[in-house]
Every structure is written in C-alpha cells, then in structure tokens.
Design a protein around this ligand. Structure first.
Ligand code: SAH
Ligand code: ZN
Ligand code: ZN
Ligand code: ZN
Ligand code: ZN
Length: 461
C-alpha cells in the first residue's frame, strides 16, 4: 500500500509536510515526469532554511496534506523498481472511486424515476441508493423521500468535508452566493467555470432548470467526486486544482475545453474558492493553465486579454496572489460562509470575514452592496468597505480587514489600528509582540520574524 515509499521517506520529513505549517518547505512546482499518486502527478518539494534549499527534494501528494488521506512520498533521486512501479499503478487504479462518473449518471437517471418513497440517500456512504442496494446499507443511517429540490441542492445533502487539513469545505452563505451570481450576471457573463465552488454551481444549475429566461451556464471542476452523482459529464469534471489534473482523462479535459470555447470564449468567467492551505504557487500554475486553455479558443484572440477571473481567498494572501497575477486587485467585499464559525454573520452584527475577491476585471465595475455599507471611492475608483478611510499620504483606501487603519510616518504606510511602531524591530507590530527574530519565513506572509501562529496578518478583531 505505498508503504515502500513511506519507508524510504522516513517519518521526520513526512512529519514536516503533514504536520503543522511547513515552516521551511518550498514547493518547487509541478515537475515534468513526476510520479503519480491516486490524485494525479505529485508535487516536488524541498526543505528550506533561511530561504536556502536544504536537503533532498521529494515528491508528495498535491491534494492531501494529511498522510491519512494519501501517504504518497518519494525522494526525487530515489530509484523505483519496475515491480514497485507496477504495484503503484495498480494501487492508483484501485483507489479510484467505486462507480465511474458515467455509471453515476446512469444511476441518477434511474433514481429520479423512482417514486419519492423509494428515494434514499445513505448518509454514511454519501450515496444515492437504488432499491436493490438498500440491503447492503441496512445498518447505515439514511435519508428518505429525497425530493427533486434536494437533488438540485447537493451541497446541502452532502455533509461538508471537514476533517482534512486542506480539504475542508466552506460553503458560501446565501448572501454571498447570491451576491456573486448577481454580480456575474450584471457584468454580462453567460458561462461560469466553477473551480471548487459547488454551491455557486448549484444555484446556477438550479435556476437554469427552473427559469426559462435564465441564460447562465456553469461547469463545476472539483476534487469532491460525490458531486458526480448529481451532474452529467458536461456539468461536472473530477479535477485537482493543485496539479491541473483531470481524473477523467482527455475526455474530461475536452469537456472543459469545449465549455471554454463556446461563443469563441466570450462572456466566460472563472470563479474559484480554493482551500486556504497555502500552496498558492500550485494553484496559480493550474489557473494559468485553465486561462491558457481559454486563450486557445478563437486562436489566441481576445486582444491579449486574460480570462476574467474571481479568485476568492483571504486578504493576507494578497502579496502572494499579486506575485503570480499582477493584473489582479483585491476587492473589499467580505465573503461569508455557512459552516465557518469565524467567517459568518453573527447574530449580533457582523463578524469580519478575512475572505475577499481577487479579480483581473476593472475594479470600478465590481459594484458592492451599498446597503451593507460599501461605498465608492472616487479617487481609488473602486468600492470600499465603510470603515476603509482614504489615506491622504498613501493616496489610497488602505484598510485590508475592513477596520480603519492608521498611517505610520516611520513605516511610511498604513497599518492595523492595533499596531504600534516598535523601535527595536523598526516596524509596526502588535504591542505585545516578541522582538527577537526567528530564522524561517512565516508560512502565511513569507516574512521573517514570526511563525504562522503569530503572523500579524492573521490577527483580526
Ligand atoms: N465556497 C465554495 C466552496 C469552497 S470550499 C462554495 O460554497 O461553493 C473548497 C472547495 O474546493 C470544495 O468544494 C472542495 O471539494 C474543493 N477542493 C478541495 N481541494 C481541491 C483540489 N485539490 N482540487 C479541486 N477542488 C478541490
Ligand atoms: Zn451505506
Ligand atoms: Zn497611509
Ligand atoms: Zn510603524
Ligand atoms: Zn506572517
């Protein structure tokens, strides 16, 4: 069971990757000729110290950060015997979902023909059951009388994956999902490439099937194969966004290409809400490949434009995202989630969500809801949150977290209201910060001087 790979690895190095933040782990990227695990080509990593590469490079699973989910490990320079390669291929084949997408589509067709009283969903297996299968699941919990409305809203039927460190599913609150859809429609888009946004996909699909004059279409790309039970092959592709891997092979890739190519690639937008695990460079590399796919439509036309994109991610990743996509800018809109204790509206007023929309569309066209306090800054030419004051010195609305920031003349920039200028560190920080520097850069912001747990960009009221 891939145990050979593990044995060669040695627990120490694996611990660094699976365990707490890889303080000094650098992603070297999707490497040509990389070995594969059940989640597609593995990614190449190296240990770092003080920004320098240290030690042997190794491959690890692109999608799972928890070894319980995938324990793939291989040194870059490791010799893998033919027998082990064959065993690995066999292992990868055996670790694909039990039903294929096509089989699931057939099952769905049969399922909807059943009377309500015979429509069951196994909560343990997260699977729609056909009557012949009830027996096998007899000691499992199941839901009965699955309505058409429930089938149209799988993100409410399936439980959100929560156990995984990086695969946790945070579903949009209705407020945010509706806002995104309205925005997409107002901007004139007709097709949405939904990358890891099952809930957005589902409201689009649901409206398309119910409202005759609703013209928007969506294709969902997601690693959560449970969704293949509810969507046809031209509505969902089993996809890994950390290595741009289509589990369905060339046919699935072709589905995506066709979707992007319709109407010469016009009026299509990519919307993505990846897990916040930190592999920004892996995500960026995949998104660039999807963008390149779009560009091929119309033989590279589009006046050298980039595929319109909304990348939904926490504000403290702004520098990282801009590093890969200089054309992007961050919007002030706070994206809210249903099942995230921190990132949703509390009963008493608003909890501040750190999640924002990064986009390559012209900021002034992204109209934010005035009834939620957003206003238009005529100097910045974009909508900003109510607490975001225009700083005369910086000549921009500088708040990232929604609170009013203050200008520090020594740092020559605006900082969080809770920060003070520290003469020892020669920069602004929390009053009770530890002045001594640590070697490795922070996992979140990449800066030296602190670890992720004390990253100033993570501290919000
Ligand atoms: N807010 C979104 C869900 C975001 S949660 C919504 O409500 O629609 C992150 C999503 O990314 C989940 O759907 C999860 O299944 C998916 N995901 C996680 N890892 C992935 C990977 N490696 N490749 C593709 N999708 C992934
Ligand atoms: Zn079951
Ligand atoms: Zn300022
Ligand atoms: Zn300062
Ligand atoms: Zn930091």
């Amino acid at each position: 069971e891939g145990g050979g790979d593990m044995a060669a690895g040695g627990a120490g190095d694996r611990e660094a990757w699976c365990g707490p933040p890889p303080g000094g782990l650098a992603l070297l990227g999707p490497a040509p000729g990389a070995p594969s695990c059940p989640h597609g080509p593995a990614l190449l990593f190296v240990k770092t110290s003080q920004g320098k590469e240290q030690g042997r490079r190794f491959y690890a699973c692109s999608a799972c950060r928890d070894r319980k989910d995938c324990n793939f490990f291989q040194w870059e320079d490791e010799k893998v015997s033919e027998t082990r390669l064959a065993a690995r291929e066999e292992y990868n084949r055996n670790h694909q979902p039990f039903f294929t997408h096509r089989q699931n589509v057939e099952r769905y067709k049969n399922f909807v023909l059943l009377p309500l009283s015979k429509r069951r969903f196994c909560q343990e297996c997260q699977q729609l059951l056909l009557p012949a299968e009830w027996e096998k699941h007899s000691d499992h919990q199941f839901l009965c009388d699955i309505s058409t409305a429930q089938l149209k809203s799988p993100s409410r039927l399936l439980y959100p994956l929560e156990n995984k460190k990086t695969n946790a599913q945070y579903l949009f609150a209705d407020r945010s999902c509706q806002f995104l859809l309205d925005l997409i429609i107002d901007l004139g888009f007709r097709r949405v490439l939904s990358v890891g946004t099952p809930r957005l996909h589902e409201i689009i699909q649901s409206k398309a099937s119910q409202e005759e004059d609703f013209r928007v279409r969506s294709l969902l790309l997601d690693i959560d194969f449970r969704y293949s039970q509810f969507y046809a092959e031209d509505e969902f592709c089993h996809y890994n966004m950390f290595n741009h891997y289509f589990f369905g092979g060339e046919a699935a890739c072709e589905t995506c290409r066709k979707f992007l190519y319709q109407d010469n690639g016009e009026r299509v937008i990519m919307v993505t809400d990846p897990p916040f695990g930190g592999l920004v460079e892996a995500l960026a590399s995949s998104f660039k490949k999807l963008m390149a796919m779009w560009k091929e439509a119309e033989g590279g036309g589009h006046n050298s434009q980039e595929m319109p994109t909304f990348w939904i991610f926490p504000y403290f990743f702004e520098p990282r995202i801009l590093e890969f996509f200089p054309s992007f800018s961050m919007m002030d809109y706070q994206v809210d989630y249903d099942n995230h204790a921190l990132y949703k509206h509390g009963k008493t007023g608003r909890r501040q969500s750190p999640v924002r929309i990064f986009t390559n569309l012209t900021p002034s066209t992204i109209v934010l809801p005035v009834e939620e306090g957003y206003r238009f800054c005529t100097i910045c030419q974009r909508y900003v949150s109510s607490g975001n004051q225009h700083c005369e010195t910086c000549n921009s609305c500088t708040s990232k977290d929604g609170r009013q920031w203050k200008h520090c003349v020594l740092c020559k920039k605006c900082v969080k209201p809770s920060w003070f200028h520290c003469n020892t560190c020669n920069c602004c920080a929390l009053r009770n910060h530890a002045c001594e520097k640590t070697d490795a850069g922070c996992f979140v912001c990449g800066k030296a001087g602190h670890k992720r747990s004390t990253c100033p960009s993570l501290s919000h009221a």
